[in-house]
Design a protein around this ligand. Structure first.
Ligand code: THU
Length: 132
């Protein structure tokens, strides 16, 4: 994916971040997932007075992709505070792993775009293969 497409995904994540519901942490997160058919799905974090029920931006974005009938995310961009990396939490890594271990993770820091592969940041993951 070229840099223009990466920035498109980052911008989609920035836009949805505005809608984050984060009255408890004040930490707004936006995520945009690109599906293999070229469509983009977004999500923001949604907190709850019962704190543990909070859902991260990444999981809301991937749920939206799945609900559309897509099954294969290619890339995900995640943004929180400008210029600061927001790596996905462990729970989100596991949920994303279900659909593509090679998922490209696009983060932005003050140095520019940083890229990671999901299987690099979640090694030795438990997955459907371990159930057989
Ligand atoms: N959060 C996300 O949405 N994604 C992440 O990758 C890290 C954390 C949210 C959860 C909570 O609403 C807030 O950020 C602070 O943890």
């Amino acid at each position: 994916m070229n840099d223009i497409k990466k920035y498109k995904l980052i911008n989609a994540a920035r836009n949805v971040r505005d809608n984050a519901y984060a009255p408890y942490s004040g930490f707004k997160v936006g995520a945009a997932v690109l599906a293999e058919d070229g469509n983009t799905f977004t999500g923001c974090n949604v907190e709850n007075a019962s704190y543990g029920l909070t859902v991260c931006a990444e999981r809301n974005a991937i749920s939206s992709l799945i609900a559309s009938g897509n099954r294969f995310p290619v890339s995900i961009a995640i943004v929180a505070k400008e210029g600061t990396l927001c790596p996905p939490c462990g729970a989100c890594r596991q949920v994303l792993m279900e659909f593509n271990p090679d998922l490209e993770i696009i983060l932005e820091s003050d140095k520019g775009i940083e890229l990671f592969k999901l299987n690099e940041i979640l090694p030795l993951s438990f997955s459907t293969k371990d159930l057989s």
